[in-house]
Design a protein. Structure first.
Ligand SMILES: C[S@@+](CC[C@H](N)C(=O)[O-])C[C@H]1O[C@@H](n2cnc3c(N)ncnc32)[C@H](O)[C@@H]1O
Length: 376
């Protein structure tokens, strides 16, 4: 059997990339993570029991990186230089410096990586940093595939298109070389299953994203506590293990008993630990039911901002991206959930402010927000 991939996680934050790696079932070990932010590193350490290297990635040298003998690099560099709301300074923004700097180290390494996976906001693909990145990657012998994908395309009711670049160092090659050197808005698996080849001249854009709604699971499957109108037993949704984010638990529709599905990859520690973990979590969530009151949206906010709120229902199949200001502001920071017994799917007509007050709007809890966004 081939040795597990040795992986470096740059800009590790709270570990979203590492969770994705685990969910994808890749045989690999994150040999080091790097982040400058101590709070993010606290959370990462809590999640994975390993504290990332704390420092500026810009100061790393080829010798430093060679020591890890890594096969793959995961990178999610700061997105502020490219966001639509920002100044869009691209490579002139100091926050962009470290990214190009580490790519430039590759030709100076004795053991350069074979695989790269990079994530950023939509807008990166038209930036000068993108141009520089592609130039460096070609120069050091990588072939690339680029995508703009949203969780909606993977059945998750969360609208959050993001840019992804996959790169393999020659002589490695991609399974579908027809997708090389172009930006696609659809995953290759979907292309192939529909027998569409990108070289046929099909152009994909986000206009087609609507169609994915029908495949999505409803938001109710991601709620920590089912809302009171739900005819199914409480916690009928699926929960994911906090430890590996892979094991799941469903609840028997008749008895309400938890049914564990331990699907942690073989090389993970005892899967029972994960299952126990989920049950503990869920028991905890049951006890927390009352605590959901603290997520109620104040009537004063509804009166003031009601018209600008993005309201979703347990049967909705999409919600908006949550931002850092969620809870503090209601306008444009993420969706709010209607928990009233009367309406559980979006009404045909826009509701008046007076009716919005009857929807018993609440914010999504932190765990609900993580379980949608970290499926990405
Ligand atoms: C877009 S976030 C990454 C999010 C991450 N993928 C996650 O799941 O949380 C960018 C991260 O890069 C870190 N960062 C930004 N500039 C850095 C630098 N020069 N050196 C090290 N870390 C940096 C930030 O602290 C932040 O946690």
């Amino acid at each position: 059997m081939e040795e597990p991939l040795r992986i470096l996680e740059f800009y590790s934050g709270i570990g979203g990339m590492r969770y994705s790696l685990m969910r994808a079932g890749i045989r690999g070990e994150v040999v080091e993570a790097f982040d400058i932010n101590d709070k993010a590193n606290d959370v990462y350490e809590h999640n994975f029991g390993h504290r990332p290297f704390q420092g500026n990635i810009q100061t790393l040298t080829a010798i430093d990186l060679d020591k890890y003998g890594a096969h793959a690099w995961l990178l999610s560099p700061p997105c502020q230089p490219y966001t639509r709301q920002g100044l869009q300074k691209g490579s002139a923004d100091v926050r962009a410096f470290s990214f190009i700097k580490i790519l430039e180290l590759i030709p100076h390494m004795l053991h350069p990586p074979l695989l790269l996976f990079m994530e950023n906001v939509v807008g990166f693909e038209t930036s000068n940093t993108h141009k520089q990145m592609i130039e460096v990657l070609i120069r050091v012998g990588f072939v690339t595939q680029e995508y703009i994908l949203s969780p909606l395309q993977f059945k998750v009711p969360y609208s959050r298109p993001r840019y992804f670049c996959l790169a393999k160092r020659k002589p490695l090659s991609f399974q579908h070389p027809s997708c090389n050197n172009q930006l696609l808005w659809i995953p290759p698996s979907h292309l192939m299953s529909r027998n569409i080849m990108p070289k046929d001249g099909h152009h994909f854009s986000d206009e087609g994203q609507e169609e994915f709604d029908i495949f999505c699971e409803p938001i109710r499957n991601y709620l920590e506590t089912q809302t009171s109108y739900n005819p199914q037993p409480e916690y009928a949704g699926v929960s994911f293990c906090v430890k590996c984010n892979v094991c799941t638990v469903n609840f028997d529709k008749n008895t309400g008993d938890p049914v564990i599905n331990s699907s942690a990859p073989e090389d993970m520690e005892n899967t029972n630990i994960h299952s126990d973990n989920i049950v503990e979590e869920v028991e905890g969530a049951k006890e927390d039911k009352i605590a959901l009151d603290k997520y109620t949206v104040p009537i004063s906010s509804i009166e003031r901002w009601g018209n600008a709120m993005d309201i979703v229902y347990p049967d909705s199949k999409r919600c908006c991206c949550f931002t850092k200001s969620y809870y503090r502001y209601v306008k444009g920071t993420g969706s709010l959930l209607a928990t009233s017994e009367i309406i559980n799917s979006k009404p045909a007509k826009k509701l008046e402010i007076s009716s919005l007050k009857d929807l018993h709007l609440r914010f999504f809890t932190p765990r609900e927000r993580i379980s949608t966004s970290h499926h990405t």
